[in-house]
Design a binder for this molecule. Structure first.
Ligand code: ZN
Length: 176
């Protein structure tokens, strides 16, 4: 395992042909955010804010985190992250009280404890895991292509990814 990691590091350094870690994170954040904001959107692209119930177009909404987004254990967690309007996410700093209530309604009483434990997981996330998550959310987003502008936004993210040296497989090639 150690040897394998060392080898990858060396190759990256020598040729710089591989996508960098910050680039991978940025792509994953963008792809995941499209998924969270569009997953419950209707065919007009409208979606309800998880905390206040306001309905707006998915692109106008934010990807809100219950446990803070700098915790890798829950940064890309589909329960921890919910669609929120800008007012709740930014101006009400997440509207945590209501976020907690609605998480419990949606996922059961243990959810807050579960997310807390997950968020405290300090283990490093490897680049290959970031790559895997990009693929996972790329595939999930494809199930939302009937929602206005989702396909277009996903294409733009994939384009950045491929330009930076990322590889998604055959599905991605057809998107370019
Ligand atoms: Zn709201």
């Amino acid at each position: 395992m150690y040897q394998k990691r060392k080898k990858i590091k060396h190759r990256t350094k020598a040729k710089a042909l591989f996508i960098t870690r910050p680039q991978l994170k940025k792509i994953l954040i963008d792809m995941f955010s499209i998924w969270i904001r569009s997953r419950y959107a209707d065919e007009q692209g409208l979606v309800k804010c998880f905390t206040c119930g306001q309905i707006d177009y998915w692109e106008e909404m934010d990807c809100g985190h219950y446990e803070r987004s700098n915790n890798y254990g829950t940064k890309w967690d589909e329960e921890n992250c919910q669609v929120q309007c800008e007012r709740c996410n930014i101006f009400l700093s997440g509207y945590y009280e209501r976020f907690a209530e609605n998480l419990q309604i949606k996922y059961g009483n243990n959810i807050l404890q579960k997310l807390k434990i997950k968020s405290q997981n300090k283990s490093k996330i490897y680049n290959f895991e970031l790559e895997t998550l990009i693929k996972v959310y790329y595939e999930k987003c494809q199930t939302r292509f009937h929602v206005p502008r989702v396909e277009e936004k996903v294409r733009a993210v994939v384009k950045q990814y491929v330009r930076a040296g990322g590889v998604l497989g055959k599905g991605a090639v057809s998107l370019q």
